[in-house]
Design a protein around this ligand. Structure first.
Ligand code: SF4
Length: 233
């Protein structure tokens, strides 16, 4: 894309500080049910689901955890079976050896340092083997106390297209987003972008012509001058 075109597109849509609330509000109106797709009933199941979701789909994780959570109910249960049995039970999520090792290490630390409970802060969660910032952010956000903004592949792509960040690195993207997105939206914001990214702002072929954000988006492919401002703006 030519530089002048990018500048013109950014000028057309206006500063991101003015666009962020309408962006969130329109997506909330579009996806009132936007929430995490993983299925869990308590903090431990949430943590395990998120750890298993690396490099696979949420649907796949749910399929595996439906059986897994009937068998493994406490941190002790993950340590009570031979490592190979746990590997087998999570095999379908891929990278099952690393994931089983991380799960066992995490369960051991939960029992040792946290009385078998999942801790609540970013620093504590990052101590758990196999738990990186993204996993910790998801766990914290789902418990209603977001301390950051989850950046996955959809959040990254949409934030870039919407001109909310120019960064490539997820940590730097998150830094830009937490400065921009009002704190009350930190929990829901990633879900909204993920839902929109799966349905409309698809990686290969964004459907700009039906996108509720097309007049707020510098990457819109809808021809300039043909926007229909959305009633919800
Ligand atoms: S206008 Fe197009 S590029 Fe921008 S958010 Fe919508 S679908 Fe994505």
């Amino acid at each position: 894309m030519a530089r002048s075109y990018v500048r013109e597109a950014r000028r057309r849509v206006g500063p991101k500080r003015e666009r962020i609330r309408p962006i969130v509000e329109r997506l909330q109106a579009e996806y009132p049910e936007a929430t995490i797709a993983l299925k869990f009933r308590n903090d431990l199941e949430l943590l395990v689901s998120v750890m298993l979701s690396a490099q696979t789909t949420d649907v796949n994780v749910n399929r595996v955890t439906e059986r897994l959570f009937r068998k493994y109910r406490t941190p002790h249960d993950y340590l009570a079976v031979p490592p190979e049995e746990l590997e087998n039970d999570i095999r379908a999520t891929g990278f099952f050896r690393q994931k089983a090792k991380a799960l066992r290490g995490t369960m051991a630390l939960l029992l040792e340092d946290y009385g078998g409970r999942v801790p609540g802060t970013m620093d504590e969660l990052l101590r758990l083997p196999g738990v990186a910032r993204k996993t910790a952010n998801v766990v914290i956000a789902e418990r209603g106390q977001a301390q950051g903004i989850v950046v996955d592949t959809h959040v990254r792509r949409l934030s870039q297209r919407l001109g909310l960040t120019r960064q490539e690195d997820p940590v730097k993207i998150e830094r830009d987003l937490v400065r921009l997105v009002p704190r009350e939206y930190w929990n829901v914001f990633p879900h909204l972008l993920i839902w929109h990214g799966r349905r409309v702002c698809i990686a290969r072929e964004p459907r700009c012509e039906v996108c509720v954000l097309n007049d707020l988006c510098p990457a819109s492919r809808v021809e300039v001058g043909t926007f229909t401002p959305h009633a919800r703006a």
